[in-house]
Ligand binder design. Sequence first.
Ligand SMILES: C[S@@+](CC[C@H](N)C(=O)[O-])C[C@H]1O[C@@H](n2cnc3c(N)ncnc32)[C@H](O)[C@@H]1O
Length: 300
Amino acid sequence: MKCFATFSQEYPELAQAELRALNNKVLFRDTLVVFSDAGLVRRSAFIRTAFALIFSAQGSVIPKIDWNKHITGSYCVRVHGNKGGEKNIAKAIHAQLRSPVVDLENPGTQIQFFFTKSHIYCGKLLWEQYERFEERRAHLRAAHSPVSLHPKLARAMVNLTGVKTGILLDPFCGTGGILIEAGLMGFPVVGCDIDEKYVAMALHESTVIQSDALTLTGSYPYIATDLPYGKNTKTQDLMKLYRAFFLRLRALKTRKAVVGMPSTVACGSLLKGAGYKVQGQFTIYIHKSLSKKIIVLERA
Ligand SMILES: C[S@@+](CC[C@H](N)C(=O)[O-])C[C@H]1O[C@@H](n2cnc3c(N)ncnc32)[C@H](O)[C@@H]1O
């Protein structure tokens, strides 16, 4: 089924990279993404509302459509990006329907039009993102850490690894925000944290190991993680840890690693000789004194 969706504009570049990592055939038109893989809707952190495509057209003229084929029962029409157009479009559809039942509150069918700079997209509403991420924010979890990622970012990081099957590893898992999102998407997860407090509280024990991430062994093609950046840790110690972690990726047979770290860290020298290149980089504002960057590493 051909679909299109609106996606969050909080981090447009990160959102586009996430959607591309999920399906390289997506097409972007302003704030819309067009695709034909419904799985995208289920996984994406950033998709807001998804529609089954009724038509798309270049320009701003609506083609002839048999609306009786698309609307049965109650319906409503919404128009975006065409100020004042909603009334006329709704009127024309109403005039064509054999037995129109308009319901603005709880319609059986929602038809929405989007006028972009160059095209019109029209579809039937399939799915809307509710506040599921807010319900999973770290302060609502048993083990709460002030540095936990927002669940939406955690999910985007998992998706940026490109994992389709197999285990997702978070070697610095803390309260397990990344593992929770990967688990909800149906992937087996393995976490590791040096701090026993997190290991005991994070998730099901069998999935979380108490260990120094630098001594982990095994094969982990997909890693998503947020590196430690404790206020009390000396910068040079942190840089040493980051470098040692990057050098460890080859031994873990990692194909893609999506890594969060303070935005001030320059990774060029830390990655020297590790055999990985930066495929993408995104800056995320956390609060006044902290911005993070998320880097996507792939084997060189
Ligand atoms: C930024 S936090 C991770 C936050 C996590 N994403 C969450 O949702 O809570 C980094 C974590 O790395 C852990 N850590 C620090 N050094 C480590 C090491 N050498 N090996 C494993 N974990 C380590 C810390 O205990 C901390 O929980």
